[in-house]
Design a protein around this ligand. Sequence first.
Ligand SMILES: [Zn+2]
Ligand SMILES: [Zn+2]
Length: 324
Amino acid sequence: MRALFFDGELKLVNDYPEPMRMAGESIVAVSLAGICGTDREIMRGYMGYRGVPGHEFAGRVTHSDDASLIGARVAGEINAGCGDCAACHARMQRHCRRRTVLGILGRDGAFAERLLLPDANLHRIPDTVSDEAAVMVEPIAAAGEILDQVELPTGGGVVILGDGRLAAIVAMVLSGAGYAVAVAGRHRGKLARIAALDRAHGRIAAYLDGAGERRTVRYRVVIDCTGNAAGFTRALELVEPRGTIVLKSTAAAGAALNLAPVVINEITVVGSRCGRFAPAIEWLAAGRFDPRPLIDGVYPLDESRAAFAAAAEPEKFKILLRPA
Ligand SMILES: [Zn+2]
Ligand SMILES: [Zn+2]
C-alpha cells in the first residue's frame, strides 16, 4: 500500500507492507487524515518515532472479526493498551505503560491507505457527520478532556493562550459547551477566524495578547495552547491567585521554568492530553459546532511535501491528507 514513512525524513513508499491483523483488531481504510502539531514535532525527533505518522483520521473498516464493524465509518482512539495492567483494567488504556499509540509510539499511523487498531478503539461515525468533521474527532476529544478535568467558571474567567489549531479547537469545544472564553493570540487574522467559530452565540472573545489595557485582567482558568515554552510563563502572569493553569501542549519540555509563582499564588497546574471520543462524536452529531471552517487544504499523499509546508505556515489551521 501507499504510505508516508518517517525514519529521520518523511518519504512516500508505494509498496509499504499491508497491516497484519491479529484477533480483536480491525483494518481501516483511511479516508482523511489530519496533520497536527504532534506530527510536526515527530518530524523534529519527538518520541524518537520511526514509522508511519498520523493519528487523526476518519475511515471505513475493511477487515474485522466483528462482522458488524465491516463497512462502518469510524474514527479511532489512538492509545492501544496492553489489556492486562491496572490502567487497562480501569479502562484507562491511555495511561498504560506498555501502550502503543497510533502514529506516535510503536504503531503505524494514519498517513497511509490502511491502518490497524483494536476493535475497542473504534467509534462509529453517524451518517450526519462528514469525514471532514470526523477527522477532527481526536483533537475535539482532547479539547473535551478539559471539561472532564477542570470545573470551569461560567460567565467568563477562562482564557485560552495561543491562536493555532489547538487553541481554535479548544475555543470551539468550550464555547460549544456554553462557556464564554477569551482567546489571547498573536495573529489578527487567525483570532478573527477563531472568534467566528461561535459567531451565533458570541461566546469567543479573541484579542491580541500584549495589548496594554488587558494586562491587568486575571483569569480563574488559563489554558496554554501556545505550543511554545513561553506559554507557561505567560499563563503564570494571567492566572488569578488560587487559579488553574491547564497545559495542553508538551512544548514546555526542557524549558527553564520558575515555579515560585505556582507556590506563592497557590496555582493548580493540570496536564491535559487525550480525551473521550464518544462525547466528541455526540457533539458533532448534535451540531454543537462545525469544525470544517478550520480546514485550509486537502492534499493527496504524493503531495505530502506541499501539505506539510502548508501545515507549517503560521496563518493555516488544519491541513488534511487524503490517502486513497
Ligand atoms: Zn493530533
Ligand atoms: Zn496496560
